[in-house]
Design a protein around this ligand. Structure first.
Ligand SMILES: CCCCCCCCCCCCCCCC(=O)SCCNC(=O)CCNC(=O)[C@H](O)C(C)(C)COP(=O)(O)OP(=O)(O)OC[C@H]1O[C@@H](n2cnc3c(N)ncnc32)[C@H](O)[C@@H]1OP(=O)(O)O
Length: 228
């Protein structure tokens, strides 16, 4: 793979690609929108202010909607065949629902590899609330799914979540740093068994087990990973 070609199967999952000038602006835009989404929850503001913001937002939404959307299929195909560009990698990864730096909805969740462990961290605000003061259980599931899927960086093979079982052991609080970890328990042909955990202030709040199913080849540990 030359430096200018990006291959989906070699790209670290859910980690940011270096931004080009276009994506520096997209990330700035998403960061500003994230702050708005966070602050809008029960914001104390005069109704006149709300009317002004709604008018501005409607106008802005119409302007954005007047521009076409880049097609996804061709760029996925280029990445899948190892012929993707930096722009393709950004177009795919930067809009990830949880980790994408250009996704206004993403907290964003930060993930990285530490030996054979996937680690992560995120701090979620009130827009993500389930029980008062706590992260919604469905959102916990979403974070787990993305965290645990990254274990595929440790193996050959790429697939989708088949099963995800979650034990909510304690509430996961909003506005506090959530630390996460995931490990591969074992591999059986096209199935990869993964465990995931969340911790807040040293207390474990979530335990999950999941099974990923490879789309094509059986999963195999990559060199330097797995039982030696
Ligand atoms: C142009 C190119 C673009 C490329 C682009 C690439 C994109 C790179 C992907 C990234 C993706 C990101 C995605 C984000 C994370 C989601 O959001 S994933 C979305 C949620 N998950 C889904 O929608 C999956 C829905 N399920 C399915 O599509 C199919 O059931 C599956 C999972 C693909 C499996 O179907 P299958 O390949 O026909 O598997 P099958 O032969 O029946 O079974 C194989 C083995 O797996 C077991 N198994 C099957 N299903 C399950 C299950 N659900 N649970 C446990 N075990 C199962 C079977 O028992 C069998 O085991 P053995 O008998 O071999 O021991």
């Amino acid at each position: 793979m030359s430096e200018s070609e990006y291959d989906l199967q070699q790209l670290p999952q859910s980690e940011p690609v270096a931004a080009n000038p276009e994506y520096r602006e997209r990330r700035r835009l998403a960061a500003a929108l994230r702050r708005i989404i966070d602050r809008l929850v029960r914001v104390e503001a005069p109704q006149q202010k709300l009317t002004q913001w709604a008018d501005q937002a409607e106008q802005w939404a119409d302007d954005v909607a007047s521009h076409p959307r880049r097609q996804q299929q061709p760029l996925l195909m280029r990445l899948w065949t190892g012929k993707g560009s930096q722009q393709d990698a950004l177009d795919m990864g930067d809009h990830d629902i949880m980790t994408g730096l250009s996704a206004a909805m993403a907290p964003p969740l930060e993930l990285w590899l530490d030996g054979d462990v996937v680690r992560g961290r995120a701090t979620l605000g009130p827009a993500w609330q389930g029980p008062p003061g706590r992260v919604h259980g469905g959102v916990v599931a979403l974070m787990l799914d993305i965290l645990m899927a990254k274990c595929q960086d440790l193996v050959h093979g790429l697939g989708m979540t088949g099963t995800l079982n979650i034990r909510y052991q304690a509430g996961t609080p909003l506005r506090k740093e959530v630390l996460m970890e995931a490990r591969i328990q074992r591999i059986e042909g096209r199935k990869m068994f993964v465990e995931g955990r969340f911790f807040v202030d040293g207390e474990q709040t979530v335990l999950a087990e999941g099974i990923w199913i490879s789309m094509q080849e059986p999963y195999r540990w990559r060199d330097g990973h797995g039982p030696q």
